[in-house]
Design a protein around this ligand. Structure first.
Ligand code: CP
Ligand code: NVA
Length: 319
């Protein structure tokens, strides 16, 4: 990962070389992602009994709400023999102006990993640049890399492969989840399709980067875009931090709701994914989310497995 922190470095060239972090899906090569999936398989089957060094700890530094990511990381650490500390930035000294760099220096002198959920991706890079332990992106406005790798692991489990699997991201195609899924999916050889409203485009940096690896199509038509698709993926129309534009966004994206009609455009065995939390009646209908083609609960469950694999790999790399 040290030599592969490409996109993060493109965004902010000063990212320190000295420490291994997981800030972007671009921090992992295709081989490293596949190796993570194999480790997750082994953890699931019980073949891998890897545990962390005695007393290992993780600080979860969160500016935004979370249910799944927080709980799965906490339980993952406990099951690996370590512990975790949840820090809501609103009740930390950050709320009274302590800098990100001072916070990172101090926290990393106590704990072995920091998982941060922040608004600005550059703040995450600032933390990484000042941390003496690995920093994990638990979601920023730009990326949700743990989610994407976990979701591709779920695709691999259900479809038995990722390469040449056709995955459509529908709705807010410029969301953090779209960026991470598009880039990691393309890197693993999936055919990515991004379907959203006319004039609303994916992040150009991520699109360009993803197209270096595999074909990525952008479409404004649900019918055309979903033809021959194996996986339909959606996320909220209003990500955390976008509440001021909520009504405008809901109206703009509503034609792209994943409902039964949309599902009918895809392959008969296409599955539906959503990172959750879901908003029934907005980005997805209740009928589809709770229906037989939805794999969202298995998808959510796999988060913990992949987070364990990520922690174990970062632990190896940094020791
Ligand atoms: N998918 C996801 O990250 O969920 P949380 O916001 O509940 O952590
Ligand atoms: N795109 C969503 C993902 C939530 C897990 C958000 O950032 O709010």
């Amino acid at each position: 990962m040290k030599s592969e922190q490409r996109l993060s470095r493109d965004l902010v060239p000063s990212l320190a070389d000295a420490m291994v972090h997981f800030l972007s899906v671009d921090d992992f090569t295709k081989e490293q992602m596949n190796s993570l999936f194999e480790l997750a398989d082994d953890l699931k089957s019980g073949k891998a009994t890897t545990s962390l060094k005695h007393g290992a700890s993780l600080a979860l530094l969160f500016e935004k709400a979370s249910t799944r990511t927080r709980v799965s990381f906490e339980v993952a650490m406990a099951q690996l023999g370590g512990s975790s500390i949840y820090i809501d930035t609103r009740t930390s000294q950050m709320s009274r102006g302590e800098s990100l760099s001072d916070t990172a220096k101090v926290l990393s002198s106590y704990v072995d990993f920091i998982a941060a959920r922040l608004y600005k991706h550059n703040d995450l890079i600032e933390i990484a640049n000042n941390s003496s332990v690995p920093v994990i992106n638990a979601l920023t406005d730009l990326e949700h890399p743990c989610q994407a790798l976990s979701d591709l692991y779920t695709v691999r489990s259900i479809k038995k492969k990722i390469k040449n699997t056709r995955i459509a991201f529908v709705g807010d195609i410029a969301a953090n989840t779209a960026n991470s899924l598009m880039l990691s999916g393309a890197k693993l050889g999936a055919e990515m399709v991004l379907i959203g409203p006319k004039g609303y485009l994916p992040n150009p940096k991520y699109l360009t980067k993803a197209r270096e690896y595999s074909g990525v199509e952008v479409s404004t038509s649900l019918e055309d875009g979903l033809a021959d698709v194996d996986v339909i993926y959606t996320d909220t129309f209003v990500s955390m931090g976008q509440e001021a534009d909520a009504e405008k966004r809901k109206k703009m994206f509503l034609p792209y709701q994943v409902n039964q009609k949309a599902l009918d455009y895809a392959k008969d065995d296409a599955v539906v994914m959503h990172c959750l939390p879901a908003h029934r009646g907005e980005e997805i209908s209740a009928e589809v989310l709770d229906g037989p083609r939805s794999i969202v609960w298995e998808q959510a469950k796999n988060k913990m497995l992949l987070e364990k694999a990520i922690i174990l790999r970062l632990s190896e790399e940094s020791s």
